[in-house]
Design a protein around this ligand. Structure first.
Ligand SMILES: Nc1ncnc2c1ncn2[C@@H]1O[C@H](COP(=O)(O)OP(=O)(O)O)[C@@H](O)[C@H]1O
Ligand SMILES: [Mg+2]
Length: 247
């Protein structure tokens, strides 16, 4: 489903971080957000899936919509967090087996059906491109996996909640080039099924995977457009300067 951010401002303890951000994230696409460190990329992702409000002093104005649903009108933020998954920069493996890492959400939400859980685990590990590597050691602790495998495990865990949107916050920044390639291929694959919003500080990665690119600076959208437009014909001086590292 498409995701709309409309006149959205947010901050912590009166300090404004996001300034009247208006954006449309297209469905079945990889929407890539780039921008200097501290410009509000993480705050934007956390605002979208309603985890920002768990932090002290958070306040916002404006609107975020998933399709027709007003994300902040829902009385129960956990419903939104299921529909809009967030994968963090540092791969998080829960102190559980590989299989139970994937099944954390379904179990939390009360699924007890063993055959169904086994199917969910296999399906999500398949979709996350990890099944072949772990199918014979599903009961081993997840900590035995490499960093790149843990990040794909985190993606599998997010997928198990059957989200409509997957947000990823610099998911490859701690990974080696081979693991990065695997995740990029996986995201391109998943883009057919989900709306993906990827934050990256790596312009080469943005150029490899983006359908749409959004350039954020100092809490404001400076420019957004298709990958070709943003990389080849940026209109704003700030965008040109930011992308000039590549040219
Ligand atoms: N929980 C918080 N409380 C106070 N300030 C925060 C909090 N989270 C982020 N910030 C501030 O918001 C600004 C933007 O941070 P962030 O969204 O993490 O930027 P980015 O992800 O683009 O590097 C930074 O100045 C940061 O210090
Ligand atoms: Mg960040």
């Amino acid at each position: 489903m498409a995701l709309y951010v409309k006149n959205f401002s947010a901050g912590f303890a009166g300090h404004q971080i996001l300034k009247t951000v208006t954006l449309r994230f297209k469905k079945n696409q990889i929407n890539v957000i780039v921008g200097p460190s501290g410009c509000g990329k993480t705050t934007l992702l956390k605002s979208i899936n309603r985890t920002a409000e768990m932090e002290k002093g958070f306040s916002f104005s404006g609107e975020i919509r998933l399709g027709k649903e007003n994300v902040y009108a829902n009385q129960d933020p956990s419903v939104i967090r299921r529909k809009i998954g967030l994968v963090f920069q540092t791969p998080v493996a829960l102190p559980l087996s590989i299989k139970e890492n994937v099944l954390f959400g379904p179990r939390y939400f009360g699924c007890r059906d063993k055959p169904k859980l086994a199917t969910v685990a296999e399906h999500c590990l398949q979709r996350a491109g990890l099944w072949a590597e772990v199918k014979d050691k599903l009961d081993l602790p997840a900590r035995t996996l490499s960093g790149g495998q843990k990040q794909r495990l985190a993606i599998a865990r997010a997928l198990a909640a059957e989200p409509e949107v997957l947000l990823l916050d610099e998911p490859c920044s701690s990974l080696d080039p081979a693991s990065t390639k695997l995740i990029e291929a996986l995201l391109l694959d998943l883009a057919g099924q989900l709306t993906i919003v990827l934050v990256t500080h790596n312009l080469f990665q943005a150029n490899r995977v983006a359908h749409e690119v959004i350039f954020l600076m100092d809490g404001q959208v400076i420019e957004s457009g298709s990958r070709d437009q943003m990389f080849s014909h940026p209109e704003q001086a700030e965008t040109k300067a930011f992308f000039s590292g590549l040219l």
